[in-house]
Design a protein around this ligand. Structure first.
Ligand code: GDP
Ligand code: MG
Length: 199
């Protein structure tokens, strides 16, 4: 059997660190059975954060389109608020706000390993927008920021966490934050039970 074992990168963004939520967030990941294989507290540079993102034209356009959708949903005029309705230009603006956000204080970078770890972690984090995040998810429990307010204040939505969303994104992000040899291999005490090999 090809075990669907994955590794994924999570960042606890500066709002999570400053609000003292690191312990609760780590607990949520540990207690579902994900294994912590990398962990660092870092004050990242603007250049480091800029290269954390894929930065492809498709990714920038996608960010811009998502933001345009949220403007439309809330009856806001992107030209009045952002000076443009071009998805590429808006994507670049949001990217800049994310660089401001992720360098506004230390972040906790971690790598988690487990079956379907990328999807499991995204589910635990919850939807990007706190209003749409399930109440039991980390963003649902601990954040309530609004895209309308964030856009008006020209900053990123504060939503506590970043989590890789694809295998390719995870591979790039893990290398970017931990290098080639920054991770640990070990057995969790409950590993046989979690893997269903203890019955
Ligand atoms: P994620 O994967 O759920 O974090 O969401 P994305 O990759 O789409 O966006 C990256 C980050 O940009 C989000 O976590 C938010 O902090 C921020 N962001 C996303 N969309 C918007 C938006 O429409 N307005 C603002 N101000 N920030 C946004
Ligand atoms: Mg993302």
């Amino acid at each position: 059997m090809d075990a669907p074992l994955e590794r994924t990168l999570v960042l606890i963004k500066p709002d999570g660190v400053k609000r003292g939520l690191v312990g609760k967030i780590l607990t949520a990941f540990e207690e579902v059975g994900l294994k912590l294989v990398g962990l660092r507290l870092v004050q990242a540079s603007r250049d480091h954060v800029a290269n954390h993102y894929p930065n492809t034209p498709e990714w920038i356009r996608g960010m811009g389109e998502k933001t345009l959708n949220s403007y439309a949903e809330h009856g806001k005029d992107p030209v009045a608020e952002m000076g443009t309705d071009d998805p590429m230009a808006i994507g670049e603006i949001i990217k800049g706000w994310n660089i401001d956000y992720l360098t506004s204080g230390p972040v906790v970078a971690m790598v988690l390993e487990g079956y379907h770890a990328i999807g499991v972690v995204r589910k635990l984090c919850g939807h990007t927008l706190p209003l749409n995040a399930d109440p039991g998810s980390l963003r649902g429990r601990f954040s309530s920021d609004s895209p309308v307010v964030a856009n008006a204040l020209r900053r990123a939505i504060q939503n506590l966490l970043h989590a890789s969303s694809t295998v390719e994104e995870a591979a790039h992000e893990i290398r970017h934050w931990f290098g080639e040899e920054g991770l640990c291999s070990y057995r969790r005490a409950d590993e046989a039970v979690l893997a269903g090999k203890d019955a």
